[in-house]
Write a protein that binds this ligand. Sequence first.
Ligand code: SF4
Length: 233
Amino acid sequence: MALKEEDVSGLKERATAILEILKKKYTSARVALKFSSPLEILVATILSAQCTDAKVNEVTSSLFKKYHTAKEYAQADLKTLEQEIRSTGFYRNKARYIKQSCGIIAEKFGSKVPYTMEELLQLPGVARKTANIVLSNAYGVVEGIAVDTHVRRVSQRLGLTKNKDPDKIEKDLMRLFPKEAWFPINYLVIELGRDVCVAGIPYCERCPLVKLCPLAFSFGQRGKKVNATEQSL
Ligand code: SF4
């Protein structure tokens, strides 16, 4: 469902207040994945689907010592690569995406990770979230807001979107936050999502946004079952 036009100015005001509070609270919010090149952040972000950043960093600490170029990943033995990334979960799909994407990068993009949204979206396993993370962190190019599981959950709870689809959530957030906030808001919201607005029952009692949140204290008590609607957020 799209945000109603008449709601947008009020939502924008609340979004601005949310941004200011989060900037003060989480002063060191930044990408947690370790990387030293566009190729490394691309591979790390593909591996981060359904996996913690800490586990990805553990796996990439040895992976990045072995593979240095797109061609090396493209030519890797699939079964070997699968085992090397196995602990990140969904390893068969991830290994295939990395090999195929790197094959395209090597052949079509001169072994350089592309730096436009349009080109990045041509790579298997790369949707807007991954493309946004790669573009902003590797190239300083900000075309949107990376919507991961934390951003999705928290922005729904805060009433900043009614959508469930990440691309639609991203559009809603892009309308509410100024462009200069598109890069930091992702990491600020992730910090909030890890710190207090966790999946399940959030810690509203110590949330800095409690006065701005329509769902504050509506998730029941810890230790009791949450209802189906609350569970889905
Ligand atoms: S008040 Fe509660 S539900 Fe709202 S953002 Fe904070 S932790 Fe999440």
